[in-house]
Design a protein around this ligand. Structure first.
Ligand code: FES
Length: 167
């Protein structure tokens, strides 16, 4: 396994993480808060970071891994700057979301779970996000797009490429 220092700008990020850990009242009870902070700093929680947290908090690595894999909020894979969540729920499917997925895949060259080589986009499939009246629905970061058609895909991608609506 690679060392945590092999990650991008690891020293600065670890310094910030150490500072955060130092002000926690109880090391044992701060695991989730520390993992949140680590993900905010690194963008994801690879095994190197999990191991580092385990050592710093003196918590078994298996417990850290258990928490990371339990909460879907935590990601063990590197994500792009923007996450395109495509709803694959029934309403969206019936309204033809598959054509939207095909268009994203064609334009970005990625499938669900993959990230573009430039690190700008990750595409994920999600279950119903509770906006069925707007089907088909695509959520980019926190922004919801309703009634999306394949013809809208270029405009959506371009707006994030220009960084205007990155959140
Ligand atoms: S099925 Fe897509 S929002 Fe409900």
């Amino acid at each position: 396994m690679a060392d945590v220092f092999s990650l991008d700008n690891a020293s600065e990020k670890l310094e910030a993480l150490d500072a955060f850990i130092d002000v926690q009242p109880s090391k044992e009870d701060s695991l989730i808060a520390v993992l949140h902070k680590a993900q905010e700093l690194f963008g994801y929680l690879p095994s190197e970071v999990q191991l580092y947290v385990s050592r710093k908090l003196n918590i078994p690595a298996s417990k850290v891994y258990g928490v990371v894999s339990f909460y879907s909020y935590f990601s063990q894979e590197k994500r792009g700057e923007n996450t395109i969540n495509v709803c694959m729920g029934t309403a969206c499917f019936v309204k033809g979301v598959d054509k939207v997925v095909d268009e994203f895949s064609k334009q970005l060259g990625i499938k669900f779970g993959e990230t573009t080589p430039d690190g700008l986009f990750t595409m994920k499939d999600v279950r119903c996000i509770g906006a069925c009246g707007l089907a088909p629905v695509v959520m980019v970061n926190e922004k919801v797009y309703g009634h999306v058609k394949a013809a809208d895909v270029t405009t959506i991608i371009e707006s994030y490429k220009n960084g205007e609506r990155s959140e």
